[in-house]
Design a protein around this ligand. Structure first.
Ligand SMILES: C[S@@+](CC[C@H](N)C(=O)[O-])C[C@H]1O[C@@H](n2cnc3c(N)ncnc32)[C@H](O)[C@@H]1O
Length: 215
């Protein structure tokens, strides 16, 4: 929270659904230290508002584009209004994609409407590859929903930039741990899991690789 005090603004309704401050600092550090400029977040909220503050406060020299994917239209509206109020919306797109059955999810689980998501991302990032992917949605806390976020890498791996970063939140949960095991086996990425990082695991795409080769 002390580090995030450098991103001041109106009060935000931080709740248990939001990334923890240490996790968000990990993401902010990657943006600042590695000059991230094509950022995608699955699951919007307080994190979107704070990342937009950071990117507006110290934009990369050649600018940035950020897309936050959100399934809940009401919540997407709240996040968008907050960005408008703070004057940080100009390079941030909220991509609305409802949840629906997806071939990569377990039976009974839903993921984002893939067509809405990929069309929205293509437009928001103007076709550029993603150099920072933050996976914090869809909601996965309910019993039986532990693998709800699994499709993120199978769907987006080929859009990751060489040298890019992938962040998964809530990795203390069994579902996210199983997702990490699957992602590592399927893509060859190695995720760092550090307790002091506020529940996020982080992987770097090799610099000499286009996408992760996930089929
Ligand atoms: C894990 S949350 C995403 C949180 C977001 N990345 C953050 O750190 O603020 C997953 C979903 O829960 C919903 N959500 C997030 N924050 C919320 C809040 N404070 N109140 C209601 N719904 C919220 C949104 O639909 C979001 O896509």
């Amino acid at each position: 929270m002390y580090a995030l005090a450098a991103l001041p603004g109106p009060y935000l309704p931080w709740s248990a659904g939001a990334m923890r401050p240490a996790g968000l600092v990990t993401v902010c550090n990657d943006i600042v230290l590695n000059g991230r400029r094509r950022i995608v977040e699955l699951g919007s909220g307080v994190s979107t508002v704070l990342l937009a503050r950071l990117l507006t406060q110290r934009p990369p020299p050649d600018g940035f584009l950020m897309a936050a994917v959100e399934h809940d239209a009401h919540w997407a509206g709240w996040v968008g209004e907050q960005l408008d109020r703070e004057g940080t919306r100009s390079n941030v797109t909220i991509v609305q994609a409802p949840l629906m059955p997806h071939p990569r999810t377990e039976p009974g689980l839903r993921w984002y409407d893939e067509a809405a998501l990929t069309d929205g991302l293509r437009e928001a990032l103007r076709g550029d590859p993603i150099d920072l992917l933050v996976v914090d949605g869809p909601p996965a806390y309910a019993a039986g929903h532990g693998l709800a976020r699994y499709p993120a890498l199978p769907v987006l791996a080929d859009r990751l930039a060489p040298g890019g970063t992938v962040v998964l939140d809530d990795v203390e949960r069994p579902g996210e741990q199983e997702i990490l095991r699957r992602w590592e086996a399927e893509t060859g990425l190695g995720f760092e899991r550090r307790a002091e990082r506020g529940g996020v695991a982080v992987a770097r795409v090799p610099a000499d690789c286009s996408g992760t080769g996930h089929g």
